[in-house]
Design a protein. Sequence first.
Length: 409
Amino acid sequence: MNDRFVIPARLRNTSIALIVIGVLTLIAGAASLLTSNADTDRSRFWLVLLQDAVFFTLITTVSVFIQAAVSLAQGAWIVSFRRIPEAIGANVWIFGSIALLVLMIIAFGLTDAHGVNHIYPWASSAEVLKHDPIITGKSAFLNKGMFAFFSITAVGLWSFFGLKFRSMSLAQENAPKNDTKIYWKVFRLSAVFLLVYALTQMSTIPWLWIMSIDAHWFSTLFSWYTFASAFVSGMSLIMLWIVYLKNQGNLVMVTTEHMHDVGKFMFAFSIFWTYLWFSQYMLIWYANVPEETTYFKMRQQGPYSIIFYANFIINFTMPIIILMARPSKRNYFTVTFMALVIIFGHWLDYFQMVMPGPLKAHWHINWYEIGIFMGFAGILIMAVSRTLSKSSLIAHNNLLIKETAVHIA
């Protein structure tokens, strides 16, 4: 049985159009800096790139995590559409490379004439930092060397495992029937990746890339919070590709039972995200420590309050109302709509993580923010569709393919 995906002209043209919009937006944003010397305008230009690069890097890396977690659990339910997370994970290197470029420019190249870095305050000059005992106390971890080391290492490892899982899955197709050599190799590599993921996404990377923007503040839940946000967005991304390919007549082995399982993850991790959101918010707000509550004060009571409350409504209220019922997780329109809502909602979540620190009283969501997001979305569509088209959408010769064919949610 062969199930090859041929990229439709409409999808290709859509991805190209989105990329062109993103490039033109980037050029227009850079040109606008020539007529403005304001630190807020320069910070906004780079913060939007940081937000989107980090967001797309983390939600694509989730596909690598899903492959590893399911392989280690020896789960068969994902085999019918495993080519989708493989294709997404194999392109982590694209978004990771963009993220690294943006992050390194911000950390190493955006110090102003007074030695102040308006996005990463810990990257300011030594003369500036000597007057800030809080950041100085964190300097053993918050410094440019550690930032570069952890960032490059994390992106390199995520990219390696994303490409490796994809290549090993394709190699299984040419292996002797029922041969288990590659299967157990993937099993062992999955355990290694989960350790890597725990030491990067679930700890150091969110601290460095996002939390250190508000360098006076910290939360022991922050990495789990960003993971939950990325995971539910990544699972929603997989759902969008499942529905799209099913509508194209592909993925003949995928049934409503498989879609129901993905929908359950979308629902469950929306609730898990809310649990972490409330835990972080409630404990800090209740403690009433000035260094801690400042983070939420500017988000809940300041100019970002509309984003703060929209974040809760979109990412908790809508999923729990719409996705709780069993039929809604088995309906193509409903899961597609909610997948788009969840991705947008958690993009807003990353927006409010990143923006308020440097831009306390100046926030915008207009042509620049939307245009850059569209550009990244176009790159994602083009990269994943090209990867999907290079091999069969059915994981031939997978040891669990018979089990996935009779899967019942």
